[in-house]
Design a protein around this ligand. Sequence first.
Ligand code: ADP
Ligand code: ASP
Ligand code: MG
Length: 416
Amino acid sequence: MRLIVQKYGGTSVGTPERICNVARRILETQRKGCRVVAVISAMAGVTDQLVKLAKAVSPQPTERELDILLATGEGAASALTAMAVNALGGTAISVTGAQAGILTDHHHTKARIANISPKQIHEMLSEDYIVIVAGFQGQTPEGDMTTLGRGGSDLTAIALAGALNADACQIFTDVDGVFTCDPRVVLDAKKVSEIAYDEMLEMAGSGAKVMQSRAVEFAKKFGVEFEVRSTFTKRRGTITKEETPSMEDVVVRGISLDRHQAKLSIAGVRDEPGMAARIFSNIAAAHIIVDMIVQNASISGTTDVSFTIHEDELENARTILMPVIGQIGAKRLNTIAGVAKLSVVGIGMRSHSGVAARMFECMGKSGINIQLVSTSEIKIAVIIDEKDAERAAQLIHAEFGLARLLASPSATRPLA
Ligand code: ADP
Ligand code: ASP
Ligand code: MG
């Protein structure tokens, strides 16, 4: 019998009616002769609401307690889904991440999976249960609750699909699949039928929230193919898998935006070994995640170092860096919030040239200023003013001919 792991995101279980819809889909899958493990996210908005509540009682909530609180969202939604399946005549049972055998490290709120032993799930499946797993949760070896980072139910699903050696892994969400750009930003974005792990990883890592990037990393590492598709339609979605030679024919697979970034530039840094280390070790010690780093060529013995972080960390980073600037004898620190990163991704860039030139020309003609540039083998990323971000995505999307014909706009319009 085929074993299918399905994951339903927050919007998919956002109301009682939608939970019943999910229950029907799960039962349909079972009736096709499959065993089903369904990973469920918290109902839409619940995790944000819980974070807000925590901050209302404590300026810096203890992360251990935060995990216990956040895990309640997935706990509630998975129990409700099991109830809905049972009410429709099925036999479902809900389990926590710990019961599903997900063992993690101790990094509360962004724990990494260390091991999975889904013994209980195997037993329940052999007794013909539909197993409903609370997403986003794990447990330390000492038995403390952990969560897997925002969007972490994707990781629960991919990791379980790998550990259970499932025949298919389906990520159900509120859009029809992975698009050439967020369909809420570019209305004529096109659903892609397949995408390579590396492309999905770069897109997820540069703001395409449709998949958690750690989940894609896991999928690539363990070769878990997965399909992103809609909870609300029967249309086929997007398969993420190992690349095939024909995938290189597409130069640009997609465009992603990462908003709410801040740029920090340190001017007049002496061009000597150890300077960058002094700057970034202080930032790392405060657990601030640094994204893009650019160092200029040295002119008369000094250079400028720029980097980006999430704008919520800007004040913290400024406080840390001000004394460091003095210690290393740099000239000044300039900071700016309200910037965005726009990334153009495609494995075809390995064998096609001129993508950067075309992209920069398109932005230049439209008066969009590029503040920083960084590249990888399959990505070109620029930092621009956040107010230009959507327009830039739309223009570059059109420049590379990524749009679909808008004959039937309702066919892929986001639902919520
Ligand atoms: P879920 O709650 O199901 O996990 P998310 O909100 O985390 O769903 O992710 C789905 C959203 O990701 C979509 O509604 C869409 O706006 C956004 N998104 C961003 N980039 C893309 C893209 N390239 N393709 C599809 N969706 C995208
Ligand atoms: N509920 C968690 C979040 O909102 C996990 C998830 O939905 O994947 O981030
Ligand atoms: Mg998500």
